[in-house]
Design a protein around this ligand. Structure first.
Ligand code: HEM
Length: 476
C-alpha cells in the first residue's frame, strides 16, 4: 500500500492551498488520469467518512482531475477545474448522461427527471420548468413564511436543541403545500408517509441487492406498498385538480402539471406527474432543510454576521441575507458533486474517457479553491455581496441542462425561512468547534444537526400586528 499522504484517508481538513495547474498530456491519452492508490475498500471508507479532506489531499497531489476507486461507483474521475466543469456541463446530452443507470430509477420511478436522459429528459424538463420560473416565486413567499413562523414559534427557549428536524418539517410542508398543493387530511397523511418512505428509499438506493420482493416482510415489499398508497393519494389530488373549476388560478406545481401538455398535445400521465412529484420531494426536502441547519451552525459561530443580518431584516433589507445563503452553500454544499456518465467517446482535460466512466464535478473542491475563493475556509458572506457567483466555480445546484430545477424555489425558501427566524428569535452565539460534516445518504449534513439555543424571542410580526392598534390608541 502506498504511503503517500495524498493516498491515505485523513482525519481533518488541511489548510487550503492552490492546487497545481493541471498538466494534461499534449495529445489526448486513452485511459484515466492518475489518482490515489490505496485499495478500493480504504478509498470507499475515506469517501464515506472523511470525503472532503481526502479529496483535498488528492487534488493537491494530482491536480484538478484525478481518478478514484469506490465500491458501487465504478471507474470515477473527480473534476474541479471550472473550465473542465464548464465543458462537462455544456456537453451534448447524448454523450454525457446523468440519469440512465442511476440507482434512483428503481426508487423514484421510470419517469423521474433524475433517472432519464436525452430527448425524454428534455421533454419532461420543458414541462416542469415553467412553475419554477423566478416570477412565480413571489406567490409562494407568504405561504412559506407562515409555515416557518408556525414552526419557529415552537422552538424552546434557554435550552440547546437540534434544528435539522425542525427545518425538515418546514421544507416538507413547504413542498407538500406549494408543489403538491396538498391540504387537510391528504396533507397530514403525506406528512406521515413521505419522510418514512424517503428514508427507506435512501437506504434501498445504497443496498441495490435488497431492491427485490423477498416476501411479506421484505423492505422492498413495504417500500412499494407505501409508494402505492402515496400514488393513490396523488391520483385523488390529480383527479380533484382536473375537476377544479378554478384550476387556472391555482399556483401549486401539481395544478400546473395537470394543465401542461407534451409537444403532440397529449397531457402528462398520472404516472409521470407522480414520479416527478416524489422526485421533487426527494431532491428538494432534505437538501433545503440541511442547508438551513448549516446556516444556523455558521451564524452561531459568526455573531458579527448574525447581528448585521438581524439589523438588515429589521430594516426590511435582504442583500446580506442573500450573500449569506450563497456563502453557506459555498462552504457547506449539501450535495458534493454533480455526476455525469460517459456514453459516447469523449475527450476532457487531455484524456479520452473510457465509455462508462463516471465523472464527478466537485462542488466540494471548487468551493474551497483559494484561486477562486480567497481564504476559502473563512465564512465571509461579504464576498458575495451584490455579486452573482460564477456559474462554473460556485456549483451547489450543478449546472447545464441538468441544473437543479428547484434552485430558484430553494433560494426563495432559504431566504424566507432565515428572515422569519431572524425576525422572531435571537440566536445565542457559540464558541463551540464547527459541526463536522456527516453523510446522510443523499446529503452532507451538519453532524450535530445544527444545534441552536435561543436567548429570547424577538417581537414577532404577529406581536407587532397585535400591538399596532394599542400603539395607535396610545398615540391618539
Ligand atoms: C438547497 C437546496 C437544493 C440543492 C443544494 C439542490 C441541488 C441539486 C443538484 C446538485 C442537482 C443535480 C444537478 C446536476 O446534475 O447538474 C439537482 C437536481 C435536481 N433538483 Fe435540486 N437542489 C435543491 C433543492 C431542490 C428543490 C427545492 C427542488 C424541487 C422542488 C429540486 C429539484 C431537483 C430536480 C427535479 C433535479 C433534477 C434536474 C434534472 O436532472 O434536470 N431541488 N439539485
Amino acid at each position: 500500500m502506498s504511503t503517500n499522504l495524498a493516498d491515505a484517508p485523513t482525519t481533518g481538513a488541511q489548510p487550503a492551498a492552490a492546487p497545481p495547474a493541471a498538466a494534461p498530456p499534449a495529445a489526448a491519452t486513452r485511459g484515466l488520469p492518475p489518482g490515489p492508490k490505496p485499495p478500493v475498500a480504504l478509498q470507499t471508507l475515506a469517501m464515506r467518512t472523511r470525503q472532503r479532506p481526502y479529496l483535498e489531499r488528492a487534488r493537491r497531489r494530482y491536480g484538478q482531475m484525478f481518478s478514484i476507486k469506490v465500491v458501487g461507483l465504478g471507474t470515477t474521475v473527480i473534476i474541479s477545474d471550472p473550465e473542465l466543469i464548464k465543458q462537462a456541463f455544456r456537453a451534448d446530452p447524448t454523450v454525457l448522461h446523468a440519469g440512465t443507470g442511476s440507482p434512483l430509477r428503481t426508487v423514484l420511478g421510470e419517469h423521474s427527471l433524475l433517472s432519464i436522459d436525452e430527448d425524454q429528459h428534455m421533454q419532461q424538463r420543458k414541462l416542469l420548468l415553467p412553475p419554477f420560473k423566478g416570477q412565480r416565486m413571489k406567490s409562494y413567499e407568504s405561504l412559506i413564511a407562515e409555515i416557518a413562523a408556525e414552526e419557529i414559534d415552537r422552538w424552546p427557549e434557554g435550552v440547546e436543541f437540534e434544528t435539522t428536524r425542525s427545518m425538515q418539517r418546514i421544507t416538507l410542508r413547504a413542498i407538500l403545500r406549494a408543489v403538491f398543493g396538498a391540504e387537510g387530511a391528504q396533507l397530514h397523511e403525506l406528512e406521515e408517509l413521505l419522510p418514512a418512505w424517503t428514508v427507506m428509499g435512501t437506504r434501498l438506493v445504497l443496498t441495490p441487492w435488497l431492491q427485490h420482493d423477498l416476501g411479506r416482510f421484505s423492505p422492498w415489499r413495504k417500500f412499494m406498498r407505501m409508494r402505492a398508497r402515496i400514488d393513490e393519494i396523488l391520483a385523488q389530488m390529480i383527479a380533484a385538480a382536473k375537476a377544479d373549476p378554478h384550476l387556472e388560478d391555482r399556483a401549486d406545481v401539481l395544478a400546473l402539471m395537470v394543465q401542461a401538455s407534451h409537444e403532440d398535445g397529449s397531457p402528462m400521465s398520472n404516472a409521470e406527474i407522480c414520479d416527478q412529484l416524489v422526485t421533487m420531494l426527494v431532491a428538494g426536502h432534505e437538501t433545503t432543510a440541511n442547508t438551513l441547519a448549516w446556516a444556523v451552525e455558521r451564524l452561531r459561530r459568526h455573531p458579527e454576521v448574525l447581528d448585521r443580518l438581524v439589523e438588515e431584516a429589521d430594516e426590511g433589507g435582504k442583500a446580506l441575507r442573500e450573500a449569506t445563503i450563497r456563502e453557506v452553500q459555498r462552504m457547506r454544499p449539501v450535495i458534493a458533486f454533480a455526476g455525469r456518465i460517459v456514453r459516447k467517446p469523449y475527450e476532457i482535460g487531455g484524456y479520452d474517457m473510457p465509455l462508462g466512466t463516471r465523472m464527478l464535478l466537485a462542488a466540494c473542491l471548487t468551493h474551497f479553491d483559494p484561486e477562486l475563493f480567497p481564504h476559502p475556509d473563512r465564512f465571509d458572506p461579504d464576498r458575495f455581496l451584490d455579486t452573482v457567483p460564477d456559474t462554473y466555480s460556485w456549483i451547489p445546484f450543478g449546472g447545464g441542462i441538468r441544473r437543479c430545477i428547484g434552485a430558484t424555489f430553494a433560494h426563495m425558501e432559504l431566504d424566507v425561512v432565515l428572515r422569519v427566524m431572524l425576525e422572531r428569535v435571537q440566536l445565542l452565539p457559540t464558541t463551540d468547534s464547527d459541526e463536522p460534516w456527516a453523510f446522510r445518504g443523499i446529503v452532507w449534513a451538519a453532524g450535530r444537526d445544527g444545534r441552536a439555543r435561543i436567548v429570547h424571542r424577538r417581537r414577532s410580526a404577529a406581536a407587532a400586528a397585535a400591538a399596532a392598534p394599542v400603539l395607535a390608541t396610545a398615540a391618539g
